[in-house]
Design a protein around this ligand. Structure first.
Ligand code: ADP
Ligand code: MG
Length: 263
């Protein structure tokens, strides 16, 4: 069974891309077959994976426009996972998409062709809830929500919960919140602890036990086009993302067991 996860939060700067890149690399270390799809025109996940976003032959844009088969856009990176890259051209897709039949399912239809080749497909979303992000939410079985534990984080949460509910009712009944991840975490800050407690009150065991600490190495690694594991593997950030990958895999096994499927 392939687990397809959209990494989404309409707030920018909460650690979506950092999580996408480093979780992909950490799952690959655990011998999982991983595809990371960059679905943000900023192309940060692409650059952070060591791929030049402006030198892509085929990218997420071609997948969304159905210009090329998805297979053509899949790149092998030095980091152990496969990548579909993106750059600013992706922003232009929105208009073309609006005219299509099944416009919410273009990504899902493409992913269906290749899903069997992967254990995990991670989709790094842009900080907006446009039709491109809706495609990610329609292709995914779960949403992983990175959240920085600060005051305004809770405000955005209601919007995101509403969107997920709406998609659930109309476009993708399978979609679940797979987990809420506390990122850029600073336990010395009282507000952080308060917000963290509120998150747990609201989402219960959907909040990952693993917390991603504020760690400057995580912020430095993308400048070198490397996931943290390849930049400084003994850093707190690297260890945290390895722990997250292990937690995700463990939970996945539990869920399958509960559903009576082989692990
Ligand atoms: P998003 O994709 O949600 O916009 P990013 O992953 O790009 O967020 O992170 C925003 C900024 O914060 C980036 O400069 C990134 O390097 C930095 N950052 C992300 N996570 C951490 C962390 N745990 N510790 C320190 N800096 C971080
Ligand atoms: Mg991002």
């Amino acid at each position: 069974m392939t687990e397809i996860l959209a990494i989404a939060n309409q707030k920018g700067g909460v650690g979506k891309t950092t999580t996408a890149v480093n979780l992909a690399a950490s799952l690959a270390v655990l011998k999982k077959r991983v595809l990371l799809i960059d679905l943000d025109p900023q192309g940060n996940a692409t650059m952070g994976s060591g791929v030049q976003k402006n030198e892509l032959n085929f990218s997420a844009t071609d997948v969304m426009l159905e210009d090329a088969p998805i297979e053509a856009a899949i790149l092998t990176t030095k980091t152990g996972y496969k990548l579909i890259g993106a750059n600013r051209e992706l922003a232009g897709v929105e208009l073309n998409l609006a005219e299509k039949n099944r416009r919410e399912y273009v990504l899902k239809d493409a992913i269906n062709r290749i899903a069997d080749s992967y254990d995990y497909i991670l989709i790094d979303c842009a900080p907006s809830l446009n039709l491109i992000t809706v495609n990610a939410l329609c292709a995914a079985g779960g949403v992983l929500i990175p959240m920085q534990c600060e005051y305004y984080a809770l405000e955005g949460l209601a919007d995101l919960s509403n969107t997920i509910d709406r998609i659930n009712q109309s476009l993708n009944p399978e979609l679940q919140i797979r987990g809420v991840l506390r990122t850029i975490y600073d336990p010395r800050n009282t507000l952080t602890n308060d917000v963290s407690n509120e998150l747990i009150a609201h989402f219960g065991d959907k909040v990952f036990e693993t917390v991603i600490p504020r760690n400057v190495r995580l912020a430095e690694a993308p400048a070198h086009g490397l996931p943290i594991l390849f930049y400084e593997k003994s850093s707190k950030g690297a260890i945290a993302y390895l722990n997250l990958a292990a937690e995700l895999v463990k939970q996945g096994k539990k869920q399958k067991k509960a559903q009576g499927k082989p692990a």
